[in-house]
Design a protein around this ligand. Structure first.
Ligand code: GTR
Length: 426
């Protein structure tokens, strides 16, 4: 009787577990249970010296902070010859029902022939002689961000997703357009902007061993043993965004000197790191980037370093895993990452139902970056309280909280294009 009972019991437990689709959510979601924390001062050098001038920031504190983020969070790139080669695969003059020019550009690296290369998709206005450009990576490939039927289906590895038409880790015809609501190309082109994108998996497939088939494996060798402080996947993806910007310099009708970098979620973390490491980006946009992105990690709410490094250790440098048990031991917090974008323009966005990404923690990080923007002669957030949903606040450092779930929508893009209008006086 007893073994039978325990068998039935385990069956029952298995059934109950399979009933719930949502993984049990670890983490604190109770605002009143957030323990107190003290943020590191972005305007204080490691040796305690106060940073009081813009010059001190630029020549001393900024390089110090950048190094700390490399060492402890994202990892540093090795020295290498990053010269790219580009090939214009296609120019379609009447894309999006005649509203845009579409181009496909292949980016390879002569120094690393093992790297498969990045296929960049660009939509740009037909009339503008030199359109400013928004640059961002996608989760599903170029055929998924657009509904146009003549875009080739990506042949790169993808994370499994039945609803996105990915079968056994490869995209099928059913995945065409599945991410198109996140990429309002026609609207952006109508506003006078070009948008350039590529699949993040062209740079590195998003799984723990993905580095072997991406730029990191091509550069380090696939038997490399990772050391603390060496580049993680987010660094590799951010590197890819810089190479895409290099390539845009040669795309006619695009003004690569007016470039914004944008990303959602893990690719929002990537957009921030790209914006920090590549100062050519004049506008940096974090959409629902959460832990490892715009959200404070010293604040215990939603996803934590422990959770993220367990699920996605490959995103970060090896060192970051160390801070799982106590994030406050990490010498930097994410407001300092946002501060490294100063004096360039910054947009941080959250969504009301996206508690996992800690909207308040994202707002507070933008707020705590303010002293650096002010030191460099730019306004900070200009408010101290989190705004009501669906209202953008700030002029140089901007924040909004969209009503709804974890996503990037046309409404989010509208806010970003307004920021770009203000920046580039359009
Ligand atoms: C989640 C992860 C988040 C966020 C998100 C995404 O699983 O915990 O940090 O990056 O994925 O990228 O959609």
């Amino acid at each position: 009787m007893i073994p039978r009972f325990s068998f039935l019991f385990s069956l029952l437990c298995g059934w109950l577990a399979s009933m719930s689709d949502a993984p049990a959510r670890e983490g604190n979601f109770d605002e009143s249970a957030v323990p107190p924390y003290t943020l590191p001062d972005p305007l204080k050098m490691e040796d305690g010296t106060a940073v009081t001038t813009a010059q001190q920031w630029t020549t001393q504190r900024r390089p110090e902070l950048l190094r700390l983020f490399e060492e402890h969070v994202y990892g540093a790139l090795p020295q290498a010859d990053w010269t790219i080669q580009t090939e214009l695969l296609e120019t379609k003059e009447d894309a999006l029902d005649g509203q845009a020019i579409r181009r496909r550009v292949r980016i390879t690296l002569p120094a690393f022939p093992a790297f498969r290369g990045i296929e960049m998709l660009v939509y740009q206005p037909r009339t503008a002689p030199a359109a400013p450009v928004f640059l961002g990576l996608s989760f599903g490939g170029n055929h998924a961000v657009s509904t146009e039927p003549d875009l080739p289906i990506s042949t790169a590895w993808m994370r499994p997703s039945k609803e996105k038409g990915v079968v056994e880790n490869y995209a099928t015809e059913a995945s065409r357009g599945t991410e198109s609501s996140r990429w309002p190309f026609a609207e952006m082109v109508a506003r006078g902007y070009a948008v350039a994108t590529a699949y993040c998996g062209d740079i590195e497939p998003d799984h723990a061993d993905g580095w072997k088939d991406g730029i990191r494996g091509a550069v380090m060798g696939s038997d490399h043993v990772w050391q603390e402080g060496e580049w993680g996947c987010i660094s590799a993806w951010a590197w890819g965004l810089s190479r895409m910007l290099d390539a845009l310099n040669d795309v006619p009708g695009v003004d690569a000197s007016r470039a914004a970098v944008v990303g959602h979620s893990r690719l929002g973390k990537t957009a921030l790191w790209a914006g920090v490491t590549d100062e050519r980006f004049g506008l940096v946009i974090s959409n629902d980037s959460g832990e490892g992105g715009a959200a404070l990690k010293y604040r215990d709410f939603g996803e934590t370093p422990a959770i993220i490094t367990r699920a996605f250790p490959h995103w970060f440098t090896k060192t970051y895993t160390r801070y799982g048990p106590n994030p406050q031991q990490c010498p930097v917090d994410q407001h300092e990452l946002l501060a490294l974008i100063a004096p360039r323009m910054l947009c941080v966005a959250s969504a009301t139902e996206d508690e996992w990404a800690d909207p308040r923690g994202e707002f507070l990080a933008a707020l705590a970056a303010e002293p650096v923007f002010v030191l460099l002669g730019k306004p900070g957030l200009e408010v101290t309280e989190m705004p009501a949903p669906d209202r953008s606040v700030g002029s140089w450092v901007r924040y909004h909280l969209r009503t709804g779930p974890h996503n990037i929508t046309s409404w989010d893009w509208e806010q970003y294009s307004r920021a770009a209008d203000a920046l580039w006086k359009r």
